[in-house]
Write a protein that binds this ligand. Structure first.
Ligand SMILES: *Cc1c(COP(=O)(O)O)cnc(C)c1O
Length: 360
């Protein structure tokens, strides 16, 4: 009687997450620019720490992540007691939905917001609510207009993925201030380290009781393969999330690599500067050949084509040249391609191939 065995409501509405492709037929060493990975990889210190930890695999990892939380707190000047670590920020997002949302509640995300918000809301039995952006930029007033007495979580990536755009801290503070009292604002700072002088909203977390920040080691830290993220919030939220977190959610190797990575501030500074330099170069070069993009604050650009068919044809041409970028039709941006900022030679290959395509 398998038809009697059914999942909870909402589960079958989840569309399987499509990761960035990493292979293209006929190319042994295709260049992957589809998942916003750091083209330089992690800090050498992180790789060393990972290898060192590999000799202790019979030991359980730390259950409280104390050393990693202390390192993060030191580098970012935060309160270590209000940091929680997860297997990627994806897990922090899932904890938030599990703990605060559920059947009969609503979870707001923006039109071109990160896919995991909807997936995690549905997995918790909650109703995802999509709100419009304005010209691919988050609109605080539209979010506020969508809030109801059922709203529990509002997810906002800043800078946003896949648009690369961001809004200022003044707007975010205004949003936090005007939310209904039962709602929590989640500031996803996956790309915060790429923005010179931006704290990801940490100071806003410190000054309020209804704001949480999520961060990741998957982007500028180059550790996507190890699955490490963290959250920073008011004590009452961190206490709640700590109750749903499994005690050994992070492996010892991941903890060691992340701790070394966060301490290597010079390496992060280098990656930020190099990303900014090549991002400007890439965006300018593409604009010159008729492929505009919004000003991106992240490690990718959202290239706009004249139509869905042109974007798809360009993607096929890029694939034929061994270049893998991301189609974003699933984010309701069918005439765009999201292109991760690679190293200099990678960016040059992309521009060369798109110029070929445009001139053909
Ligand atoms: C890449 C990304 C993340 C990171 O997810 P992890 O689970 O930490 O790898 C989170 N949010 C957004 C918006 C992203 O683009």
């Amino acid at each position: 009687m398998t038809q009697m065995i059914t999942p909870q409501p909402g589960i079958m509405d989840i569309a399987l997450y499509q990761g960035g492709a990493s292979h293209v037929a006929g190319h042994e060493n295709a260049l992957k620019l589809s998942s916003n990975e750091n083209p330089f990889g992690p800090s050498p210190a992180a790789i060393k720490a990972y290898e060192r930890e590999g000799r202790m695999l019979h030991r359980y990892p730390s259950a409280d992540h104390g050393a990693l939380r202390a390192a993060i707190a030191g580098v970012y000047n935060l309160d270590a007691d209000r940091i929680i670590c997860g297997t990627g920020s994806d897990e922090i997002i899932a904890f938030l939905c599990q703990a605060y949302a559920g059947p009969g509640t609503e979870v707001i995300h923006t039109e071109h917001g990160f896919a995991m918000y909807r997936i995690s809301a549905l997995a918790a039995g909650a109703t995802p609510v999509e709100v419009a952006e304005h010209e691919r930029v988050t609109d605080v007033d539209t979010i506020l207009a969508a809030c109801t007495d059922k709203t529990r979580l509002v997810f906002l990536a800043n800078p946003n993925n896949p648009t690369g755009t961001m809004i200022g801290l003044g707007d975010i503070a205004r949003l936090a201030e005007a939310l209904p009292p039962q709602a929590l604002l989640v500031l996803d700072g996956a790309y915060a380290e790429y923005v010179e002088g931006y704290d990801g909203g940490a100071a806003l977390v410190d000054s309020r009781q209804n704001v949480v920040m999520t961060r990741t080691f998957s982007k500028i830290y180059g550790l996507g393969g190890l699955r490490i993220g963290w959250g920073y919030g008011p004590s009452h939220v961190i206490d709640v999330l700590g109750r749903v977190r499994g005690p050994f959610n992070l492996s010892s190797s991941a903890l060691a690599a992340a701790e070394a990575a966060v301490r290597d501030v010079a390496y992060v500074d280098h990656c930020r500067a190099e990303n900014a330099r090549m991002r400007t170069w890439l965006a300018d070069a593409l604009a010159e050949i008729g492929v505009p993009s919004d000003v991106s604050l992240a490690n990718f650009i959202l290239a706009r084509f004249t139509s869905q068919s042109e974007a798809e044809a360009c993607d096929l041409h890029l694939q034929s040249q061994g270049l893998i970028v991301r189609r974003v039709g699933g984010y309701n941006l069918p005439s765009c391609l999201r292109i991760t900022v690679g190293d200099e030679s990678g960016c040059r290959r992309v521009v060369h191939a798109i110029r070929q395509f445009k001139e053909a």
